[in-house]
Design a binder for this molecule. Structure first.
Ligand code: SF4
Length: 325
C-alpha cells in the first residue's frame, strides 16, 4: 500500500520544499493547516492550490485559546506561545494521522532557522510533547536529527532527505531553482500574537475581562483601545473601515457614540458602561473628531435602541495618552 503522509503546511518556501522532497519519494501527501482569530490559513490555501497539494483547513480557536491562557513554555517577545502552539498543531495533526491511517506527519521546519522555536531542543520538546515524536519528520533537516519510525521502517529513504540548518537561505534558494519554484510568499509574519500592540490589548482583555467572547477578540483588531475603568474600555475607530467594523460588531447592550454635525470616529463601549464612563468615551470621540475644541461638542449615544444626546468637552491629548492600552 502506498505510504501516506500529512504535512503541517504553512504555505512558505520551506513547507513547499518539504512537500517536494517527500512527494518525489512517491509518497502521497495531504496538507493540513490551522486558523484562529490570530492567524489565517490564507497563505497556505493560496500556495497549496498553486502547487497542487490537497489541503485540510481546521479551525482550532477553542483549543488555541485554552492553551493561550497558560502556555507551559511561556511566551516569546509578545503574546506568542510558539513552543506550545507548535506542540498543539503537531498533536492535532498526529491525531488526524492516526484516525485516518497516515504513516507519518512532516513539517518544513529547519534546524536553527529560528533560534527560539527551531533550535534542536525546541524541535525535540515540541515533537515529544505532541505525543507523536517518533512519527514526526523534518525532511529539510532530517539527516541532522534522530532517525524516526518512517525512516527506520523504510517508508522514507533517509538518504534522500536533507541536512539543512541555520538561518541562511542559500540551500533553500538552490532547491527552489531545482524544483522550478519561481514564486512563494515571504517567510513568517501574519500572526497577531507577535504584534506588540495587539499583544498589549490581548493581555488587557485576559486580565480585565476573563469572561471575554470571540467578538471581544475581533474588536482588538480595530481602532484605538482605551481603558476607562477596571471593568470598562472604549474602542475608537481610526478611519471609515474601523468605524464600519465597530458598528458591525456592536451589540444592543453596548454604547455606540458619534459626534453630531462633524466627521469623526465611531466609539464603542462594550457592555455600555455607566453614565460617567460613557461621558469619558464621548470625550474621546470628540478628541478624535473634527469638532472644534474650544467648546463642548454634541454627541449621540445609542444604547438598547435608545438614542441619547449630550454635550461633552474633548479629552485632552495627555489624558488620551494616559488611557491608551
Ligand atoms: S508565531 Fe503565532 S502561529 Fe506561529 S507558532 Fe508562534 S504563536 Fe503559533
Amino acid at each position: 500500500m502506498k505510504t501516506k503522509a500529512l504535512e503541517l503546511f504553512s504555505g512558505g518556501l520551506d513547507s513547499i520544499l518539504a512537500f517536494k522532497v517527500i512527494e518525489e519519494q512517491g509518497i502521497g501527501v495531504l496538507g493540513i493547516t490551522f486558523e484562529t482569530p490570530f492567524f489565517s490559513a490564507a497563505k497556505a490555501r493560496m500556495t497549496a492550490e498553486r502547487i497542487g497539494l490537497p489541503l485540510v483547513v481546521l479551525d482550532i480557536t477553542s483549543e488555541h485559546l485554552q492553551m493561550l491562557r497558560a502556555p507551559r513554555y511561556g511566551f516569546g517577545r509578545n503574546m506568542n506561545p510558539c513552543i506550545d502552539c507548535h506542540t498543539l498543531m503537531l498533536r492535532i495533526a498526529g491525531q488526524r494521522m492516526e484516525e485516518q491511517g497516515f504513516d507519518f506527519v512532516f513539517t518544513g521546519e529547519v534546524l536553527g532557522e529560528r533560534p527560539m522555536s527551531q533550535g534542536k531542543q525546541s524541535l525535540y520538546v515540541v515533537a515529544k510533547n505532541s505525543g507523536y515524536s517518533d512519527r514526526i519528520l523534518r525532511p529539510l533537516s532530517a539527516r541532522l536529527l534522530p532517525e524516526t519510525e518512517p525512516e527506520r521502517s523504510g517508508k522514507v529513504d533517509r538518504g534522500r532527505l536533507c541536512d539543512i540548518q541555520g538561518r541562511g537561505r542559500k540551500r533553500q534558494m538552490e532547491m527552489a531553482v531545482h524544483y522550478g519554484i519561481t514564486s512563494y510568499p515571504p517567510p513568517a509574519g501574519g500572526c497577531l500574537l507577535t504584534d506588540p500592540i495587539f499583544a498589549r490589548r490581548l493581555r488587557d482583555l485576559f486580565n480585565r475581562h476573563p469572561e471575554y467572547r470571540f467578538r471581544d477578540i475581533e474588536l482588538l483588531k480595530v481602532g484605538r483601545h482605551f481603558r476607562l475603568t477596571e471593568t470598562t474600555k472604549a474602542v475608537v475607530g481610526r478611519n471609515a473601515s474601523d468605524n464600519g467594523t465597530i458598528e458591525r460588531l456592536a451589540e444592543a447592550c453596548d454604547a455606540l457614540i458619534r459626534v453630531e454635525h462633524f466627521p469623526g470616529p465611531t466609539v464603542l463601549v462594550p457592555g455600555g458602561g455607566d453614565e460617567k464612563t460613557r461621558r469619558l468615551a464621548a470625550g474621546l470621540c470628540v478628541r478624535y473628531s473634527d469638532a472644534p475644541r474650544d467648546h463642548e461638542a454634541s454627541v449621540l449615544c445609542l444604547r438598547e435602541g435608545i438614542m441619547a444626546p449630550f454635550k461633552v468637552p474633548a479629552v485632552t491629548p495627555e489624558d488620551a495618552e494616559r488611557l491608551l492600552i
